[in-house]
Each structure stands twice: as C-alpha cells, then as structure tokens.
Design a binder for this molecule. Structure first.
Ligand code: PMP
Length: 433
C-alpha cells in the first residue's frame, strides 16, 4: 500500500475561527449554544422530553469530532501499534503516540515519557499503589488519604496496607466538606510514605487547595498523588507548577472515549518503579532466565492498549483546548452560582457539601423524598441526575445519609437546564407531599 494513511482530526462543523485581539488574546465570548451543537446526544428526548444531562461527573457526553475520529480510525487506518513495519501500523502508532504528546502538553508535563496510558483514573492509582507502593512502603508506614476520596483512591491503598502491614490514615473533613488542614498537618509525620488526595470531590464538588497540600507534604519529603478524575475537564492544569508527583485522570470525564486515561508521574519516580504488569510491549528482551524492560512510558503498558481510545483521546484534547479551559471554567463558575441561587429558593433542599471552593457538583437531599425517588421522578421529566453514594461511602457516613441526589455540570449545560432541574424537583416534592 503506497497511499499515505493520515488520521485527520475532523474540524468542528460551522465553528467560526476564534476572535483574537491584537496581543494574541482571544476575547470572544463562550458560546454555549455552539458548544451544544457539537454534542449529538444532547439533541435527544428522554421520556418524551428534551434531555437535560446533569451527570457529567459520572461520564461526559462526546462531541462529534471525537466520534468521527474513532470512526475514521477504525474504518481508515486501524491496526495494532508499535510492532508493525507496514504502513497502516506505523500510521496508527503515530496517531496513538501523538495523543500522548498532546496529553503531555495539556498538563504541561516535562516530556511524554511521564505520560502512562491506562484504562482510567482507577487503574492509574492502582498502578502507583502496586508499583511505587510495593517498592517504598513497609510495615508500620502510613499512607494518608482524605475522608472525601472516591473508593478508587481508598481501596488500592488498603490493598497495599494489607500486603505490607502499613496503616491508612485519614484526613478528616468538616461539615462544609472541606479538608481540615490542621489535621492534615498533624497527620503528616515521619511514618507518612505518600499522600493521596483528590483535586476535586465527585460527591461534594469541593476543590482542594492542592498546591498547599503538595507543599506541606514536600516539606516533609513525602510524595503526593492527586486524583484528577473530576478536576481535569474544569481547570487548566500545570503539573510542573503544581509540583505533584503523580496525577491520575480518565478521558471519559473530559468528553473523550471510555477505557483510556493517564497516569502522569514525575520521571525520576517512574524510572525507579518496577513494572506492575508483565506481557507484550513492556519488555526489551525476554529469555527464560531473565527479562529486561522497555523504556518509559512503555514499561508500564503491557499488552495491546486501547488504541482507538488513545487516538480519540488526542482529538478530545484538541477539542478541549479549542474551547479554552479558562473560558470553560469562568462559564461553569457562573452556571454553578446560578444553580445554587435557583435551587436555594426551594426550602426543602439541603445541600450536602458547601465548600467555599467548589466546582460543577451539587449534591442534595430533598426533605421527605428518598434520593432514588428524586432520580426517578426527574428522569420522567427528562432530567438525568445521579443518585447513590457516588463511590464515596465515607462521605455519606460523615453527613449521616445513605445517598444523595447529585446534579453535575459541564461546559454544555445552560441556565435553562437548571430551570428544568428546579421545576422537576418541585414536581417531585408535589408527588410526595
Ligand atoms: N476519582 C474520582 C474523584 C472520580 O470521580 C472517579 C469516577 N467517578 C474516579 C476516581 C474513577 O474514575 P474511573 O472510573 O474513570 O477510573
């Protein structure tokens, strides 16, 4: 085959070029209606009503350009990567590795060697807990997590503690859902081997003071893993400035495909860590006597990866960068303010999580209505929210509730969505009066 195979990132239909002021600053307003047109599923009906999708904290919808990139890849240039000498395989490898470079640029990593492709945030944290943990943690050592962690940032550390006889210590939260930093300071000690906390809580919306958390740990020589699963679509991230040691995130929460995500790791630490899974792609040489390992990042990527997901992830990053994360953040801040003001007018609502620094997540209880009933009635009104413990059972225990109803916002939500949410909540209250 002589024809060059190119994997093109489809351009967004009808998207006008950004307005750029002299001096290079784009001052065009954030156009949510234009953004919405990029997401085909948002045009659907749910139970006969126009869909209001308020569950992006669980997983975000996908823009057409990402869907097209997957289609183009599967129909035009699909093959396995890294090992093929033929043209298709070289093109697929190039597209996959280009996504790694884009991910490195997105978070301002020093090099793409620091970008390990994984299934998602869960796998990223497990990788660190197994590989870094087994090498660095011994009996009597302590791992510090917080009370607001997702189970994905608790259970892998519990496994490690069980294997090593180490102890999991927990930084408590207050009744706003903010970390108690004095307690963090108190818990950080000579036995602490790693701090693993979330950048943004998925059940409370709290945005943690991660720079401070990293600084405090580093002053004691302790590395920090940040769970960025929720933060990544809402904030501009610079891992060098933040100076964290590991940062974990999933593409599907940032409008990308499922089954692909990133473990960012400081290169020096990744170099020192042993591989955690064995198989193809992660080796340099294999004999029955001895196996040597591939260079970073491949040392941690055993087996055929999610190739199409990786390629689609590259398009996702282009899309997100094209939206301008600073504009997205400002838009979402205003939307959250509007949502909280609107919902506060309903006297039967109790918000779970009222942190001063928060983003995109509104957890609540409705007096006299079980959260699951809230979810079901809202569904009938075309409003998709999540109900349950959100994989944060310790948070539910803290607030003394079995579950909450959670509406979560993304760049494609509007004030009209919030009005529909408020209307549907009022309907739920009527039904259960
Ligand atoms: N951490 C947080 C804060 C999350 O919200 C989630 C997903 N709900 C995860 C980790 C796990 O992400 P994934 O399921 O994509 O691995």
């Amino acid at each position: 085959m002589n024809r060059p195979v190119r994997i093109e990132t489809p351009s967004r239909e009808g998207k006008a070029p950004p307005q750029v002021r002299a001096g290079g600053i784009d001052d065009s307003p954030f156009d949510v209606e234009k953004v919405r047109r990029d997401f085909p599923l948002l045009k659907s009906l749910m139970n006969g009503k126009p869909l209001v999708y308020l569950d992006s904290a669980a997983s975000a919808q996908k823009p057409s350009c990402v869907l097209e990139a997957l289609n183009v890849f599967y129909t035009g240039c699909y093959s396995n990567i890294h090992r093929g000498v033929y043209h298709l395989s070289a093109a697929a490898t190039q597209a996959y590795e280009e996504s790694r470079r884009k991910a490195a640029r997105l978070i301002h990593a020093r090099s793409e060697r620091e970008i390990i492709f994984v299934r998602g945030a869960t796998e990223a944290i497990n990788l660190v807990a197994f590989s870094w943990g087994d090498r660095n943690v011994s009996e009597g050592d302590e791992i510090l997590v917080s009370e607001m962690e997702h189970h994905s940032n608790i259970v892998p550390w519990q496994f490690l503690c069980e294997r090593k006889g180490a102890r999991l210590r927990v930084i408590p939260i207050d009744d706003r859902g903010e970390l108690i930093l004095e307690e963090y300071e108190r818990l950080l000690g000579p036995k602490t081997k790693i701090v693993a906390v979330t950048h943004q809580s998925n059940s409370l919306g709290t945005v943690n003071p991660v720079s401070k958390i990293v600084d405090m740990a580093h002053r004691q020589g302790v590395p920090v893993l940040l769970d960025g699963a929720q933060a990544i679509p809402h904030h501009r991230l610079d891992v060098q400035q933040l100076d964290c040691d590991f940062y974990a995130f999933s593409a599907h929460k940032m409008y990308g495909p499922t089954g692909i995500g990133v473990l960012y790791g400081r290169e020096k630490l990744l170099e020192e860590m042993p591989p955690w899974q064995g198989g193809g792609d992660m080796i340099r040489t294999v004999t029955f006597d001895k196996t040597t390992y591939a260079e970073l990042p491949h040392k941690f990527e055993a087996g055929t990866p999610n190739i199409a997901g990786g390629v689609g992830f590259g398009t996702t990053i282009d899309y997100l960068v094209g939206l301008d994360l600073d504009k997205v953040a400002a838009y979402e801040r205003e939307l959250l303010r509007y949502a909280l003001a609107t919902l506060s007018e309903i006297p039967q609502i109790r918000f779970i999580g009222t942190a001063r620094e928060r983003c995109s997540v509104i957890s609540f209880e409705l007096e006299g209505v079980h959260p699951h009933d809230v979810g079901t009635i809202l569904d009938g009104e075309g409003v998709a929210i999540r109900t349950g413990h959100h994989c944060t059972q310790p948070v539910m225990d803290h607030f003394g509730v079995p579950a909450t109803a959670r509406a979560s916002l993304a760049c494609y939500n509007t004030k009209e969505d919030i009005n529909r949410l408020a209307g549907a909540i009022r309907k739920a209250l009527e039904v259960f009066r």
